[in-house]
Design a protein around this ligand. Structure first.
Ligand code: CUA
Length: 321
C-alpha cells in the first residue's frame, strides 16, 4: 500500500501486520456498535400511536457471556501476538554488530568498534543484524527509525539497546522521539544502509583516511574502541587492581568477565554487562563481587561517555560470553 512507510527492516512487516489486525478489528467492532445503535434507534423510536409496546428485556445470559468471551479472546490474541513480536524486538540475535550511540542536546554521536566516529549518520550493512548500545550525555532522548519500526528511549547514566536488520539499501531518517529541549525537533540523523560489499569498502576507506590515502598505505588506521579503552585503563590506573590475564588482584580480573554471572558480597548475583560495568565505575561499592573488598574509588565525573564506551569495548575484547 502506498500510504505506508517503507518496510525496511526484518521486523517492519510483522509490526505492520499486528497494527493492521488491531486497526481493522477495531474498525469492525466500531461499525457493529454504531450500526447496531442506529438499528435500535429506528426500530424502537417513539411513535405517536403505539402499535405495540416495546419488549421489556432484563438480560440474556448466553448473549452477554458470548460477547464477554469473544472480547476476552480478542484481547488475549492481541496481547500474545504483541508479546511474541516484542520479545523478538527486544532480543538482538547473537553475533549482531555492536555500535555505540551517544545522544546529546542536540545531536547523535555514533561510535564504531573500529574507532570511527560519525555525527548524525549511522552507516550499516544491509542484511546483517545491528545492535545499538545507547546512552545520553544529558537528558532523555529516544532513537526512532520509522522505516525500521524501531524506537527506544535513551537515558543518562545507563545503557539501553535496540537492534534491527535493514533489508533495503538507501537512506532512512532518524528522529528524536522524546522532547529534549529547544532543538528537539532538529535532532535528526540518517541511517545509511549499504550493500555488504559497499559497506566493507566504506570501512576500508575509513582506515585509509586522508593521510593514508596520500601516502598510499593504510598508515592512519584509527585506534579501535578496545585500544582506546586499553589506554584509558592504564592511564586511570585500573591495572593496579584489575589484571587482564586472569590472575588474582585486589579487584576481579577483567579477563573473560564480560557476560559472566558473578556472585555478590551480601548475596545475589549480577551479570556483567554494559550497565554493570558502568555502575561499577560510578558507584563501585554498590555491587561488590564476592571475595573482594569495597575499596575501588568512584570515577564519577572523571570519564566521558565516549571513554566509558571505550573501557567497555576493551573489557569485551578480553573475552567472555
Ligand atoms: Cu533528543 Cu528530543
Amino acid at each position: 500500500m502506498t500510504w505506508r512507510l517503507p518496510q525496511a527492516s526484518t521486523m517492519a512487516g510483522a509490526v505492520d501486520t499486528l497494527f493492521d489486525f488491531v486497526l481493522w478489528t477495531s474498525v469492525a467492532s466500531f461499525l457493529i456498535i454504531v450500526l447496531g445503535k442506529l438499528i435500535f434507534l429506528v426500530r424502537f423510536r417513539r411513535k405517536k400511536i403505539p402499535e405495540k409496546e416495546s419488549l421489556y428485556l432484563t438480560g440474556h445470559t448466553a448473549t452477554e457471556l458470548s460477547v464477554a468471551v469473544i472480547l476476552l479472546v480478542w484481547v488475549m490474541v492481541i496481547f500474545y501476538w504483541g508479546w511474541a513480536d516484542y520479545k523478538k524486538l527486544r532480543s538482538a540475535p547473537a553475533g549482531a554488530m555492536e555500535i555505540n550511540v551517544i545522544a546529546k542536546q542536540w545531536l547523535w554521536e555514533i561510535q564504531y568498534p573500529d574507532g570511527r566516529r560519525l555525527t548524525n549518520e549511522l552507516v550499516v550493512p544491509k542484511g546483517k543484524p545491528v545492535k545499538l548500545i545507547m546512552t545520553s550525555q544529558d537528558v532523555l532522548h529516544s532513537f526512532f527509525v520509522p522505516d525500521f519500526r524501531v524506537k527506544q528511549d535513551i537515558i543518562p547514566n545507563t545503557y539501553t539497546s535496540l537492534w534491527f536488520e535493514a533489508t533495503e539499501a538507501g537512506e532512512h531518517p532518524v528522529y528524536c522521539a522524546e522532547y529534549c529541549g529547544a532543538a528537539h525537533s532538529g535532532m535528526l540523523a540518517t541511517v545509511r544502509v549499504l550493500e555488504p560489499a559497499a559497506f566493507e569498502a566504506w570501512q576500508l576507506a575509513g582506515f585509509l583516511g586522508e593521510a593514508g590515502a596520500a601516502e598510499g598505505e593504510a598508515a592512519s588506521e584509527p585506534k579501535s574502541l578496545a585500544e582506546k579503552g586499553r589506554e584509558i585503563f592504564m592511564a586511570k590506573g585500573c591495572q593496579a587492581c584489575h589484571t587482564t590475564d586472569g590472575s588474582k588482584g585486589l579487584g576481579p580480573s577483567q579477563k573473560g568477565i564480560f557476560g559472566a554471572t558473578e556472585a555478590l558480597e551480601g548475596g545475589g548475583t549480577v551479570t556483567v554487562d554494559e550497565n554493570y560495568i558502568r555502575e561499577s565505575l560510578m558507584e563501585p561499592a554498590k555491587k561488590v563481587v564476592k571475595g573482594f573488598q569495597p575499596i575501588m574509588p568512584t570515577f564519577k565525573g572523571q570519564l566521558t561517555d565516549e571513554e566509558i564506551n571505550a573501557l567497555i569495548g576493551f573489557i569485551k575484547s578480553l573475552g567472555g560470553k
